[in-house]
Every structure is written in C-alpha cells, then in structure tokens.
Design a protein around this ligand. Structure first.
Ligand code: DLL
Length: 458
C-alpha cells in the first residue's frame, strides 16, 4: 500500500466520541496482541544472540566467560543470563570492533558527540537504515503528521543521529521535509512564516530558543504561523518545559526517545494521550535494573533502562546499560498500541550531582525554575568542589524582561522565591545568581545545563 493510500483510505480508524484521533503507521506491529509480540521478540532475541555470539568477539568472550551459549536462550526471561554491555565496553572496542558485519556491508556511520573521550560509533546496513526510517515514520505519524505537513527539521544534521533520523522518517511518510538543521534561529523563524511550516522538530531546549526568537522577531504564533506540532527529543523535556513550548509556539508537543548506541531517535514515541513513551518493542527488548546491583527490577519500579536491539544487523547490542532512569508501564494504552511505555525519562544516572551529601538531578532544578513566572527557561548549574572537598553548586538563571525592568529589588525578590522553592524540593540551601534576560549562552542542539569545574579544581 502506498503512503498516500495509507492516509487516504481510512486505514486509520475514526475516533469514537471523547477519544483522540490516533494515527498509527504500522498497525500490524504497533498493535500486535502481547502474546504474538512476545513470540516475535523471542524469535528475534534468539537470532540476535546467535549473531552476536558468532560475529562479535566481545560477546563470544563474554558469553563463554559466563558459560552461556545461544541455545540457552529459551524464554524472554533468559535475557537476564546474558552479559551487560556498557559505554565503557563500546569505548574499549572503538571504533568498529562491536560490528557484526564487515565494513563493505555498512552503509552509513553516525557517532555520538563524545564530549568526554572517544565517541560511540553507530553502523547501519541498508536494512538497518530501512528499519530506522520505518521506526521514525511511526514516531512522526504518532504525533499526527501526514503527507500534508511541512516539517522544519531543526535537529542537527551530521554525525548526530537526530537530523537524518527525522529527515528520512518524514520522507518515508510523504511529508515535505525542510532540512534546516540547528542554528541561524532568526532565519528559521522566517522560513516557518514563508514556507507555512506546520511541524517543528528539535531538542526541547532549542524549541525554547526558537520561541524566544519568534517573540523577538515580532512574530505572533497564532496569527503569523501555521505550526501545530513540535516533535522533541534527545534530552529530558520536563512538563514545565513542554508547557512553555506549547504556549509560546501554539503547538502540541510530542516527545521521542532514542540513542546512538541503539539506532538514534525512533526507539520510543509518544501518542496523543501523552502518557509516556511507547518503546518499539518488536525491535527493542527493555528491562529496568538496579544501577548498583545490576538486578532486574519488576515492571513499574524506577531503575536504569537496559535495551537489547532485536533486529539490528551492523551493530547489534545485548543488554545495553543506557544509564537513563525510568519506569516501565505495561498498562494498555487508549491509543491502541500494545507496546509498553517508559513512564518518564528524567535524566541519566550519571547526571546526578551529590551536593553536600544530597542527591540532586538537574531536571528537579529545571522543574522549579520553570514553575516560577519570574524566570526564563534558561539556566546553568555550575558545580565546583569547595575547600572541604564537598561538592558545591551555584545556579545562574535568567529573569524575565519584566523582572529585569523592575530593577534590583525585583530580581532579589525573585532570587529569594527560587531559593525558598528549591529548598522545599531539595532540602538544600543553594547559591543562586539571577542574571539579565538573554545573557546565558543558547544551545542549538542539546542544552549544556551543568558546567563542572571539579576536574579543574583537582
Ligand atoms: O539523542 C538520539 C535522539 C535524537 C533522540 C533526536 C531523540 C531525538 P544520543 O546523542 O546518543 O542520541 O543521546 C542519547 O539522550 O541516552 C538520553 O539520556 C537522552 N535522551 C534522548 N532522548 C530523550 C528523551 C540521541 N526523549 C541520550 N528524553 C539518551 C530524555 C533523552 N532524554
């Protein structure tokens, strides 16, 4: 069936009263009964384990050391017998030693930003690229995008998976794609207007920067723009950040989850019920574990997400420790998809700061800042080590134009209010510096919210 037929001939059922309209790209797989899905998962798991054992020396050695052979995987629960794969393992095998295909079969390479040390390199066969486009078509369709939409894709193009992932997904569904990439924000807003763009895709922090730019350019989203959907991902989007984007750009926000190691974007998608991210379980097997002990947790408990790729050819991974903190929700969803959801991803286990003995996640700070009308969604957390070897932090946060105009007294009031609210949430007294609007550096991709000076002060 062609793309146009898929949308034109009502393969998508009309919603009953009170229900939202839910477009589903691959109804056969996305709404598969659980028993059939689990059967498919097991078949694919057995195949990928065999492939890893036979083609990737790292897995051969690891499995031999644990006394596991591919034929020992008889049920889905047997996945817990397999070794974990960590970021460290990928670095040790940089760049290509984890690949299960010779380079002549690898059609494309991507890489993570690798701010510390070597990047993670993702390899894709032609089939992998096709699967990726299909998964991205699911993500984009789930948000309600159709061939009638014009998608301005502000995810970075290049080694980062965001740009090309969205590009080929939007092309697959037949939408018009504008490969604008990140940066030149003023021009982006102009293109929204001139092209009549209906969909924006970017990191949530860059969506905020673009919203700010629209305001500065005197563009009224309701009157001057046709934007209706923002597809975001690649970093946590707190409910407050989501509300900010929706309000300022007059759009409905849909999140998507993914990572270079597993594919890029397209691992998880949000449906119109906005209650977690459906993981494409026919392609990825998920578990949550206790990050300390490595023990598998029952569904519903918060832990570290572990993912196994079930269908990748070039770069398959068994039990990859994502370091992302989340909960798995297996309740059926009203949208009709049978794939379980990640309830929320509120940061990475290694994002956690320990300030004066208290565990602090940057997303907790963001939630408080964005709940106060005195502040813009722009902040930086500077972490340092004080003379008594305890970690310390200072938060730099921009106040709104109105607070700044009202003068120092108003800025001090705002600071006190934020300090009080943060104390309620974190149980900590924090140092806060309120700065003028538009003084902190803006990101064009993932925002860098934490500046860590500890290494320098060692
Ligand atoms: O960020 C892939 C991607 C691109 C996903 C565009 C979504 C949209 P990496 O650069 O390898 O890949 O970073 C992966 O980003 O382990 C999470 O910590 C974080 N992350 C990705 N999506 C989300 C999300 C891409 N929706 C790392 N919510 C992951 C929270 C996210 N964190």
């Amino acid at each position: 069936m062609s793309v146009l037929e898929k949308f034109a001939f009502g393969e998508q059922s009309k919603p009953a009263t009170g229900k939202k309209e839910c477009l589903i790209w691959d109804r056969e797989h996305e709404t598969m009964p659980r028993s059939a899905l689990e059967k498919l998962q097991l078949e694919r798991l057995q195949k990928v384990v065999e492939r890893c054992y036979n083609k990737v020396p790292f897995y051969h050695q690891q499995m031999d050391a644990l006394g596991i052979r591919p034929e020992d995987i008889k049920t889905l629960a047997d996945v817990s017998k397999l070794p974990f794969t960590t970021k460290h393992d990928l670095r040790d095998n940089y760049p290509f030693a984890m690949f299960a295909e010779p380079m002549r079969n690898v059609a494309r390479l991507h890489a993570s930003s690798g701010t510390t040390g070597k990047p993670v390199v993702g390899g894709y066969t032609k089939n992998d690229l096709n699967t990726w486009s299909e998964l991205m078509a699911r993500v984009i369709t789930a948000a309600g995008v159709t061939p009638d939409d014009i998608v301005c894709n502000s995810f970075g193009y290049g080694l980062f998976t965001g740009g090309m992932g969205f590009h080929y997904g939007a092309e697959r569904i037949g939408a018009t794609i504008v490969p604008v990439s990140g940066g030149q924000s003023k021009r982006q807003v102009m293109l929204w207007q001139d092209f009549g763009a209906t969909v924006l895709s970017s990191t949530p922090s860059y969506a905020c920067v673009l919203a700010e730019q629209a305001e500065e350019s005197g563009v009224n989203p309701v009157k001057d723009l046709k934007l209706r959907i923002a597809l975001v991902g690649a970093e946590p989007c707190t409910p407050q950040m989501r509300a900010e984007i929706e309000k300022k750009l007059n759009v409905e926000v849909f999140d998507t989850y993914g990572l270079t190691e597993l594919m890029g974007p397209g691992v998880g998608l949000e449906c119109p019920y906005h209650d977690g991210l459906h993981i494409c379980e026919d392609h990825f097997l998920m578990e949550t574990i206790d990050p300390e002990s490595g023990e598998v947790l029952p569904p519903g408990s918060e832990g570290e997400l572990v993912l196994t790729s079930l269908t990748k050819e070039a770069f398959p991974l068994l039990r990859f420790r994502t370091r992302d903190r989340t909960r798995i929700n297996q309740e059926p969803c009203t949208c009709g998809r049978t794939h379980a959801r990640l309830q929320k991803i509120d940061g990475r286990t290694d994002d956690m700061l320990i300030i004066k003995g208290v565990n602090v996640f940057p997303t907790q700070i963001e939630t408080v800042i964005l709940s106060l009308p005195q502040f813009e969604p722009q902040y930086v957390i500077v972490v340092d080590r004080s003379s008594n070897f305890l970690d310390d932090m200072e938060i730099l946060v921009e106040c709104t134009h109105d607070v700044h105009e009202a003068g120092e007294g108003a800025m001090e009031e705002a600071r006190k209010k934020l300090a009080h609210e943060l104390h309620q949430v974190l149980g900590l007294n924090t140092r806060i510096k309120v700065v003028a609007p538009k003084t902190l550096q803006r990101s064009e991709g993932k925002a860098k919210r934490v500046v860590d000076l500890r290494e320098m002060s060692k």
